[in-house]
Design a protein. Structure first.
Length: 234
């Protein structure tokens, strides 16, 4: 579904991504893990069109997208939930959700999409007229994820969705990600909570200092001595 080849991305003159290659097959959950400042968010920003690579390519459903604008990439079927959700704080819950349906082909079906989101997150319907800034941290994250689904994506990219959440909410959030995947949505998950990220992943990539240093199935990561020592505290 998604293939990244030899990607180099810069912030000005500073290189943040070095020759990164990865693939995501349809209906997979792929976790991209690593420490802070490893380049994980930069990679998602490049895939989503927020940044353009200096070299390399990004292909989605066999179409090259690394030269497209972010809105064109959303139209093709990729949704991105950045770290913190980045809600429209002075807009209502319903208005935030509707903003996710701005692509022409999904705007016409926004009422149907809203009902589907309300089935996943019943509390959002009850708080439809409430301002986004009044929600709790967990509710804000669920709203951001619901907004991304309004575009009816084939691939969802989540950047640190568990950041700042209480342990009980973290467990609920990862259960929700698995539920989405069962509904034929492919997932690329960036997450510092490596244990949770690996628990639900089919495959994973480890990004360190802007380079992929390990890739493979979940069990390979769980058995790797470097992962155990540096990331799982074992």
């Amino acid at each position: 579904m998604l293939e990244v080849k030899n990607l180099d991305t810069f912030y000005g003159k500073i290189q943040a991504i070095w020759g990164v290659s990865l693939r995501i097959d349809e209906d997979e959950i792929v976790s991209l893990v690593g420490a802070n400042s490893a380049g994980k968010s930069t990679l998602l920003n490049t895939i989503s069109g927020m940044l353009h690579p200096a070299s390399g390519s990004v292909e989605f459903l066999s179409r090259r997208i690394d030269g497209l604008s972010p809105d064109a990439i959303v139209e093709l079927g990729i949704s991105y939930v950045p770290e913190g959700g980045r809600l429209f704080n002075e807009m209502t819950v319903r208005e935030n959700l509707e903003m996710g349906a701005y692509p022409r082909q999904t705007w016409k079906r926004r009422k149907e999409s809203l009902e589907q989101i309300y089935q996943l997150f019943p509390f959002l319907k009850a708080r439809g007229a409430q301002l986004a800034r009044t929600l709790s941290g967990g509710e804000r994250q669920m709203l951001a994820m619901g907004r991304s689904l309004m575009a009816r994506p084939r691939l969802c990219m989540f950047d640190e969705p568990s950041y700042g959440l209480a342990p009980l909410l973290v467990k609920e959030l990862f259960h929700f990600v698995k539920t989405l995947n069962k509904q034929d949505i492919t997932i690329l998950l960036v997450e510092q909570n490596i244990r949770h990220a690996l628990d639900i992943a089919d495959r994973a990539y480890l990004l360190e200092n802007g380079r992929i240093v390990l890739e493979g199935p979940r069990d390979l990561f769980l058995q790797n001595d470097h992962i155990k020592k540096a990331y799982l505290g074992l």
